[in-house]
Design a protein around this ligand. Structure first.
Ligand code: PHB
Length: 399
């Protein structure tokens, strides 16, 4: 057996510039047997860089669901091809074109970074490729750029932090400084928080940013100490979140100026953050201790498969597969029945580990946003900050 054939039966990950290689044997790609051929799922995720762990957990979550279904969705075998997008927007169009062009992926699952996702959305719209976003929150993907073939199993950036504006105002906090990376996700999450916080009487003391994916926070932390706001609100994720939370604690700020954030600040990061994360409150569409059967079963299965504790990224990967399953089941595995498949996905009601999950007309999740606090190395739910949060889908013509 040639090594090429071995590659053809498995997925292949290449690091450099995320180049993917052939992943399905030529015979399987013949149109005559297209229906019996596996559905080819292209995973375009960051497998290196500050978001590497996020990409890996999405990938693991997606594959876990498919494995639980015996390797098939809607009775159709699933094959994978994957590409490392490195969270680099400048390489995103080429990477996506390679997946839908040369690799002929039937559906693309991706990605984590909002800027990369928006480049993918453009290609998906142009080529009508079915796409499920398993993380990136770029508001526009289910706003002005919404399309029938584009779904999201995660959140919009607006959705995750809007509820926190009211939570902080209700807690009597008047004056907040914000810190984030200077790119779409950071800007949109801070804006949504500020929108609701100022609506409830709060004031933004100062908005501070560092370029993505830099982690030099010292100057900003010095500035926080000078400003002395009532609190800091922040978005970082992955490796950057680990460093930020540790630096914040090391600067001695945690005791006087409480740190709040989008839940990504402490999700999937707690083992590396240790005590520095204790007491941090965040909002997110997940909490580790959600005491519902779907979450308990998911966490056990994920641990059994990977040896790791599941997090929001794993959940979003798992639910992306569940969403695809809803479509594939409705058409008995025949993804060429496109309209019927899309209608079934749009109407899907998923019993997610995060709680009830359905979709609005722009194909963005409608879901609870939880207020959580880091205790005992876990993001424990304090309350539902806002129930059934539905992104306004501003600018989406489908709604
Ligand atoms: C994004 O770029 O949209 C993004 C990245 C990482 C997160 C959340 C959002 O944890």
């Amino acid at each position: 057996m040639s090594s090429r054939l071995i590659v053809s039966r498995r997925t292949l990950l290449t690091g450099a510039a995320g180049a993917a290689t052939l992943a399905v044997a030529p015979a399987l790609r013949s149109p005559a047997i297209a229906q019996n051929a596996p559905l080819k799922v292209g995973l375009m995720l960051p497998y290196t860089g500050t978001y590497a762990k996020l990409g890996k957990f999405i990938d693991d979550g997606f594959r876990l669901y498919v494995e639980q279904k015996g390797g098939k969705l809607g009775g159709r075998e699933i094959a994978f091809v994957q590409v490392d997008d490195e969270s680099k927007p400048e390489a995103a169009t080429d990477n996506m074109n390679r997946l839908v062009g040369r690799e002929k992926a039937d559906v693309v699952i991706g990605t984590v970074h909002s800027g990369v996702a928006m480049a993918m959305v453009k290609v998906a719209r142009d080529t009508k490729t079915l796409m499920i976003i398993p993380n990136a929150g770029a508001n526009d993907a289910t706003g002005p750029a919404c399309a029938p073939n584009i779904f999201r199993s995660s959140f919009s950036n607006w959705q995750t932090t809007f509820p926190m504006g009211k939570v902080l105002a209700d807690a009597g906090i008047k004056n907040v400084a914000t810190i984030t990376w200077r790119y779409t996700a950071g800007a949109e999450m801070i804006d949504a928080f500020a929108e609701n916080f100022t609506k409830h009487g709060g004031k933004i003391a100062e908005k501070m940013t560092v370029p993505f994916p830099e982690v030099e926070f010292q100057a900003l932390l010095t500035r926080v100490a000078t400003l002395k706001p009532d609190a800091v609100f922040s978005f970082f994720a992955g490796g950057g979140a680990v460093k930020f939370v540790k630096d914040y604690a090391a600067a001695g700020l945690g005791k006087t100026i409480p740190l709040y954030g989008a839940g990504f600040l402490t999700d999937g990061t707690l083992p590396a953050q240790g005590d520095a994360a204790n007491g941090i409150r965040t909002t997110l569409h997940y909490a580790d201790n959600l005491d519902i059967p779907a979450n308990i079963a998911f966490l056990k299965a994920f641990k059994d498969k990977t040896g790791n504790v599941g997090d929001i990224y794993a959940v979003q990967g798992y639910d992306a597969a569940a969403l695809l399953d809803a479509g594939m089941t409705a058409v008995g595995g025949d993804d060429k029945q496109r309209d019927k498949m899309i209608a079934a996905m749009g109407a899907a009601k998923i019993d997610s580990p995060r709680g009830p999950l359905s979709f609005n007309k722009a194909h963005n999740p409608i879901q609870n946003i939880y207020l959580r606090e880091v205790r005992n190395g876990r993001n424990e739910m304090i309350s539902i900050a806002q129930k059934d949060v539905d992104d306004p889908a501003r600018g989406c013509k489908l709604t």
